[in-house]
Design a binder for this molecule. Structure first.
Ligand code: HEM
Length: 405
């Protein structure tokens, strides 16, 4: 990610609120992704800070402020959600994420057809089938890189089913989606958007006016304020669903499996009590949040003792809500019996994640089927697990081993 050259403090930023912090490189030597962010939260800074990195932006460090920034659209606009504002922010103006209420609602409704609990229950058998088949392929090997061999494959295979696209297009779409959240430099942001458009344009044309029941057809043939979607709107909606649902699930599954690999008691507990899984997954979502997004200031605003200026960016790392002891006592502990679990892992307010139910379902089915077939597994001895910061925190590799028959 781009880092600004200047580390000057603007006049309206008080000295004690000024830090030099790159949200795309949060890792502290010797610490994992979450404890690195926790170190920032615990370092005695004010609750709102300003960093010159990535174009210069504000950042909140406490759970209630993460929730407020993400949901208070009267002050904090979704017009831009990423930094640097002029590059990543500009390129990521997708639908419905970049719209504020009331314009947001009619586009958001178009997503519910494919992602509601009812819609997800219809594809649950397919999710299970794909999950079991991937696990059965891995099991005799006694080892895998969970990230590459499982987590990176499952969500995109499921997505391809939901939108009714051929499996053979998977590598193309996966590569493009990755360029948004973890660019490897092969394409600029505008080029990524251009390629997505090139891929989607003939599909949209083909499915428009048809009676397809897949999510893509339903979105494309939906109405906004009594009129059909334009091609551009349809494309932007499709890209958002694709990008929103891939990297997030891949990495959430990897964080969960890293935890399970290191915790025999948790494995035994969930094997013996699969009925605990829905609550356990909520606790895992609290403990392993991974998204950092932000908002653009609509007006000048006096906020927690500092003046934020119209047009500035304020970032709200969702990681700092679930891990905040002001909301969840002893936050680094995973406790499946924890009461009043609080987090913003799936966002807050009108933009909160419409794919949360699908993500939770994928995680539940993974744990059910994996623990049944590979009850005990651990991180391969002597091998390092590495992490990368970013819009979506990631587990680069997760080498697991187990006894094979
Ligand atoms: C563990 C997995 C996931 C996590 C942690 C996650 C997290 C989030 C967060 C934090 C937001 C709010 C962004 C904001 O307010 O600026 C969001 C929005 C969104 N997510 Fe997810 N997500 C996940 C899975 C999915 C899946 C599976 C899909 C779809 C297949 C999806 C599609 C979307 C879309 C379309 C939005 C924008 C909603 C709107 O603007 O109204 N996400 N997600």
């Amino acid at each position: 990610m781009t880092v600004t050259d200047t580390i000057e403090r603007p006049a309206h930023v008080p000295e004690e609120h000024f830090i030099d912090y790159d949200i795309y490189s949060p890792l502290v030597e010797g610490q994992d992704f979450h404890t690195s962010w926790k170190t920032l939260q615990d370092s005695g800074l004010p609750d709102v800070v300003w960093t010159p990195r990535n174009g210069g932006h504000w950042m909140v460090l406490r759970g209630h402020l993460v929730q407020r920034v993400l949901s208070d659209y009267e002050h904090f606009s979704n017009h831009t959600v990423l930094v640097p504002k002029d590059t990543a922010g500009e390129a990521y103006r997708l639908l419905p994420l970049s719209l504020d209420p009331p314009a947001h609602a009619p586009f958001r409704i178009l997503l519910s057809g494919g992602l509601s609990p009812r819609a997800v229950s219809k594809v649950e058998a397919t999710i299970r089938e794909l999950t079991v088949s991937l696990i059965e392929q891995l099991k005799p090997r006694g080892q895998c890189d969970f990230t590459a061999d499982f987590a990176a494959l499952l969500p995109i295979k499921i997505f391809m089913q939901i939108v009714d696209l051929p499996d053979s297009d998977t590598p193309t779409l996966k590569h493009l989606a990755d360029q948004f959240t973890r660019p490897d430099g092969s394409l600029t942001y505008p080029e990524v958007v251009q390629r997505f458009r090139g891929y989607l344009a003939p599909l949209i044309e083909m499915r428009r006016g048809g009676d397809g029941e897949d999510m893509l057809s339903r979105m494309i043939n939906g109405q906004v304020d009594g009129r059909p979607l334009t091609d551009e709107e349809a494309t932007n909606l499709c890209i958002q669903v694709l990008v929103g649902g891939l990297d997030t699930v891949v990495n959430f599954l990897a964080f969960v499996m890293l935890f399970m690999a290191e915790n025999e008691t948790a494995r035994a507990d969930l094997r013996a009590h699969p009925d605990k899984l829905p609550l356990a997954i909520n606790e895992l979502a609290r403990r392993f949040p991974l998204v950092t997004v932000g908002r653009e200031l609509r007006h000048d605003l006096l906020f927690e003792g500092v003046t934020l200026k119209k047009g500035e960016m304020i970032m709200a790392p969702t990681i700092l809500h679930g891990l905040d002891e002001q909301h969840n006592p002893v936050p680094l502990n995973v406790d499946f019996e924890r009461e009043n679990v609080q987090h913003s892992t799936f966002g807050a307010g009108s933009h909160s994640c419409p794919g949360a139910h699908l993500a939770r379902t994928e995680t539940r089915i993974l744990l059910e089927e994996w623990l049944l077939r590979i009850p005990d597994f651990r991180v391969a001895p002597g091998q390092e697990v590495s992490f990368t910061g970013g819009i979506v925190g990631s587990v680069n590799n997760l080498p697991l081993v187990w006894e094979s028959d």
